[in-house]
Ligand binder design. Structure first.
Ligand code: CP
Length: 310
């Protein structure tokens, strides 16, 4: 695995290897992470062309736990604002002996473009990890979601998982669907208004529901998604009250799922839009555990990718 660009096409064995490696970094007690020298002497460049709280910070913590040097490029203050192209930026940073680029970009495929360029220019020692590209994929979020589900539910083969909300614009939904179907979840459902569901979902192996109450019946895991207003290009949106009435996760709606169902959300949450605070802060929510698990999962991804010369 020279780069991690998406979960689509990753074999089950590699996904499980990443999850098992993440487990190996977690000390007994599950809140402590070992510091290991696996990336000592390597430089990780965080390139976030879109804003982030969780992903950027946990990548930085993870890289430091792996003993790497971390450089967070301030994109707004960089020469990208003077018109320097993405590939010129990459070449210049690679000339500073970058070993890994962690890239978030509004354009789907930007990390793939970088990886292709590095391969074309024979810079095979430099690795790219996708930290979210447009509406395409957010593979490390997908992996940390799988780690969270495995932690609480152990086995995927009996699980029904519902992904709820703005699937059309969600890179998290796409990565989660690929991961869940590859790991053999019994049933993957998506629930949302028809206008926020992309075509081709059935071909991806999921059941589609437009009625929230129907879709939530008997599920083991509920993954809530935010309305991605920044990707809607001024499209006519339902009012937030209307949306919450039809698709907001309230305690009454959650009661339709299995009594031991867990509630997940990649963040950032919009309380009162897709999720009620009583659920977000309730006993079934594992949302902050997802964030914590993200550190170990990103350690696993970076150590595996940086160890590859393929
Ligand atoms: N889940 C996620 O990607 O959050 P951030 O945008 O804060 O990184």
């Amino acid at each position: 695995l020279q780069h991690l660009l998406g979960i689509d096409g990753l074999p089950k064995s590699i996904i499980n290897h990443i999850l098992d490696t993440a487990s190996s970094f977690v000390s007994i007690g599950e809140r402590e992470l070992k510091k290991v020298p696996l990336m000592h002497g390597k430089s990780v460049f965080n390139l976030f062309f879109e804003n982030s709280t969780r992903t950027r910070t946990t990548f930085e913590i993870a890289a430091k736990r792996l003993s790497a040097d971390v450089i967070n490029l301030n994109i707004a203050a960089s020469s990208a604002s003077k018109g320097e192209s993405l590939l010129d930026t990459i070449d210049n940073l690679a000339a500073m002996h970058a070993d890994m680029f962690v890239v978030r970009h509004a354009t789907s495929g930007a990390p793939f473009l970088l990886a292709q360029h590095l391969n074309d220019t024979k810079q095979h020692h430099v690795h790219v990890v996708n930290a979210g590209d447009g509406r395409h994929e957010h593979p490390t979020q997908g992996l940390l979601d799988m780690y969270t589900i495995r932690h609480y539910k152990k086995d995927f083969s009996n699980l029904t998982v519902a992904i709820v909300g703005d699937v059309l614009h969600s890179r998290v939904a796409r990565s989660d669907i690929h991961a869940l179907t590859t790991l053999g979840a019994a049933e993957v459902r998506v629930i949302g208004p028809r206008t926020l569901l992309p075509g081709g979902l059935e071909q991806m192996g999921v059941r589609v529901f437009t009625n929230m109450n129907e879709g939530l019946k008997g599920v083991d895991v509920v993954i809530m998604l935010r309305l991605q207003n920044e990707r809607m290009n001024g499209a006519l949106l339902p009012s937030t009250q209307e949306y919450f009435k039809q698709y907001g996760l309230t305690p009454e709606r959650l009661a339709l799922a299995k009594p031991d169902a867990i509630v997940m959300h990649p963040g950032p949450m919009n309380r009162g839009v897709e999720i009620d605070s009583a659920v977000a802060d309730g006993p079934q929510a594992v949302i902050l555990s997802q964030v914590t698990f993200g550190i170990a999962v990103r350690m696993a991804v970076m150590s595996i990718v940086s160890g590859s010369n393929a």
